[in-house]
Design a protein around this ligand. Structure first.
Ligand SMILES: C[S@@+](CC[C@H](N)C(=O)[O-])C[C@H]1O[C@@H](n2cnc3c(N)ncnc32)[C@H](O)[C@@H]1O
Length: 289
């Protein structure tokens, strides 16, 4: 589960000038036993005291880290341990599953727990699923555990993400259901073509670049399939993006049905982490490569 804790109690014990208390964060993430917090510049010099108060108030937390925004192609956070054990590796539990994560080496968001479960609930028996940007494999493991897919192909270009994915599919006993491939998503069509495989369902969780890879998804999908597409967008851009996706689909002889468009979490005051469930259908007379 995503741990967005109300912070009333730590605010009461933290040693910081009264006039700055309003700048203290009201929420933070807890991945396993690591608490990740962002602090405004005004209070950064009190980071030690803030971290100590958080550590005191959260018995399961062993380490408090200051985080800078997720950045770069591999979506890795810059992390500074402020207080507690000097560790960045932890086991996070969600829906009875265990994910070994190194918060410094690969992306993981507890806030997507319900989204992963929602998708697993949609998977029907014997589906071929492709996760184009798998991270430490939370989507494939959730699907393998809560649905009955034939197989899930999970790709990531970060070798650390694949290393942790390997551990995670072992820990969760889904070795027979998930195949991990360390490569750039650009290579996925070729990889699957050689195996003569097309997907029933595709997960595209690379919020700043999913759009660039959408044509690749259309190359690997069956004549009809579902794409779970994620992108960070403002309200104004949402409609434009839907049109862009339709234009690409048209070029690839597909039509799209937008089944649902959801705001999963906020990213900045005007931007949201948007999830779009799309059914892609190949036009009847289209020439299949
Ligand atoms: C936002 S994370 C999502 C991870 C995972 N799906 C999750 O929900 O926790 C995106 C992942 O895509 C990977 N990635 C970035 N660019 C890629 C590319 N061109 N090909 C394959 N993987 C890529 C990153 O290493 C990262 O693990």
């Amino acid at each position: 589960m995503y741990n967005q804790k109300k912070t009333k109690s730590y605010k009461e014990i933290v040693k910081i000038p009264q006039n700055l208390k309003k700048e203290l964060p009201t929420s933070f993430d807890i991945i396993g036993n690591i608490l990740l917090i962002k602090l405004k510049d005004e209070i950064i010099k009190y980071k030690k005291g803030i971290a100590q108060a958080l550590l005191k108030n959260h018995k399961n937390v062993k380490t408090v880290c200051l985080i800078h925004p997720v950045s770069g192609e591999l979506r890795i956070r810059k992390i500074e341990i402020i207080c507690g054990k000097k560790i960045t590796e932890t086991v996070h539990k969600e829906y009875g599953l265990k994910f070994l994560v190194d918060v410094k080496k690969s992306y993981f968001s507890t806030r997507l727990a319900n989204e992963r479960k929602r998708i697993a609930n949609q998977v029907t028996d014997n589906e071929i699923v492709v996760d184009m940007f798998t991270g430490v494999a939370p989507f494939p493991i959730m699907i393998a555990k809560y649905a009955k897919p034939k197989i899930i192909y999970a790709f990531d270009k970060n070798k650390n993400a694949i290393k942790y994915s390997k551990e995670n599919i072992k820990i969760n006993n889904v070795l027979d259901k998930v195949e991990l491939i360390c490569t750039d998503a650009l290579n996925i069509p070729q990889y699957l073509k050689e195996k003569n495989i097309k997907a029933d369902r595709i997960i595209m969780n690379l919020p700043f670049s999913s759009f660039d890879f959408f044509p690749k998804a259309l190359q690997i999908i069956k004549n009809e399939g579902v794409i779970h597409y994620y992108e960070i967008l403002t309200d104004e851009n949402l409609e434009i993006r839907a049109k862009n996706l339709e234009e690409i689909a048209k070029k690839h002889e597909f039509t799209l049905v937008f089944n649902s468009i959801r705001k999963i979490k906020s990213y900045s005051p005007r931007e949201f982490y948007i999830g779009i469930d799309i059914t892609a259908k190949r036009k009847k007379d289209a020439d299949v490569a």
